[in-house]
Design a protein around this ligand. Structure first.
Ligand code: HEM
Length: 316
């Protein structure tokens, strides 16, 4: 079965990497940092008072920023950038947490589990072009996926606190479905954008947070046109004309010092997954079904190899 095959490859990769030192995430390896945040649900119309948005209250949260690659590489290399938010104190979630896992692009570049296996194979052979051009038959070319992958890798990012992130895949919103996104509040900040060091993303984040707070609007996009807003294909963007993103919460990251060896280590031991979710926000679609087993295995294996207990945080 496709999911089992993906899980097995992820496990093999983590075990192989760990022979050179400690065990790490199979992808999104390099963290720019983990920061403490506050997630304040806004007063919302009745129809949107679902799950964690049921009441206007504030949740404490951890946020991890990362590069997409499975290697630690210079931040000047084109790559997806991740933002993973973990709300704590969520009673209707088995883990007690609600994770919102996002990248800095509205869509993902793989449609389903079967395609993901081909992607993994191409990566392991160091021949990514085989995924996009699997044969000489142009009917098999994955040009739509290639365009998305190219767009993700070409986005220029100077500071992880200054860009928008998207869920790309759908989630339940009570009886309907949503995608979500976070966008920096206010105008873009032009300061702290020096790109000369290999870790400039972490350094610019720290300069920003030494100087003041950062803030994001958390927004929800409801599935209003089922035919044009597929659940099973995360390479298709849900049109904002059909259904605009609606602000549902405000995220505040207060000025803080996170760039310390202790906090970076602490950050590595977190486990984010779309499946840490309240009942009303369970993940939907095939790619999210793959992620259930994959993230669980990736987290379990790296914690086992590092001799660290897996625990969901309950506070700061
Ligand atoms: C079949 C598709 C996917 C696979 C196999 C996959 C695999 C993984 C794995 C193995 C991890 C590390 C988990 C851990 O050890 O804790 C991870 C983390 C991550 N993934 Fe995915 N992923 C997939 C799809 C996606 C999508 C669609 C997004 C877009 C939102 C995404 C965004 C992220 C982010 C941001 C992280 C880092 C979370 C953190 O900071 O710990 N992934 N992924």
């Amino acid at each position: 079965m496709a999911i089992q095959q993906i899980v097995q490859i992820v496990e093999e990769n983590i075990r192989a990497e760990a022979k050179h030192g400690s065990a790490h995430r199979d992808v999104h390896f390099k963290a720019h940092g983990c920061v403490k945040a506050e997630f304040r649900v806004l007063p919302l119309p009745d129809a949107m008072q679902i799950g964690i948005f049921a009441e206007a209250r504030t949740y404490p949260a951890w946020v991890r920023y990362s590069n997409g690659s499975g290697k630690v590489q210079d931040d000047s290399i084109g790559d997806g950038r991740g933002m993973a938010i973990k709300l704590m104190g969520i009673e209707s979630s088995q883990s007690g947490t609600q994770d919102f896992v996002m990248i800095n692009h509205p869509v993902f570049f793989v449609r389903n589990a079967t395609d993901y296996i081909e992607f993994q194979k191409a990566v392991s052979q160091d021949a990514l072009s085989k995924f996009f051009f699997p044969s000489f038959n142009p009917l098999n070319f994955r040009l739509h996926e290639l365009a998305i992958a190219f767009a993700i890798r070409s986005r220029k990012v100077d500071n992880p606190l200054d860009i928008q992130y998207w869920s790309a895949t759908p989630y339940r919103f009570g009886d309907t479905a949503m995608k979500f996104s976070v966008r920096p509040c206010g105008k873009p900040i032009d300061a702290f954008v020096d790109t000369s060091s290999p870790n400039f993303l972490r350094e610019n984040m720290q300069k920003h947070l030494t100087n003041g707070d950062a803030c994001f609007d958390f927004m929800v996009q409801l599935r209003t046109h089922p035919l044009e807003m597929p659940i099973e294909d995360p390479t298709i963007e849900w049109s904002e004309k059909d259904s605009p993103f609606i602000p549902a919460a405000k995220i505040t990251i207060s000025s803080q010092a996170f760039n310390t060896p202790e906090q970076l280590k602490f950050c590595e031991d977190f486990s984010f997954t779309p499946w840490h979710a309240a009942l009303d926000h369970q993940p939907l679609g095939g790619i999210n079904r793959v992620r259930k087993a994959v993230y669980e295995t990736s987290s379990r294996i790296r914690h086992e190899l590092n001799g660290i207990e897996r625990r969901e945080p309950v506070g700061f």
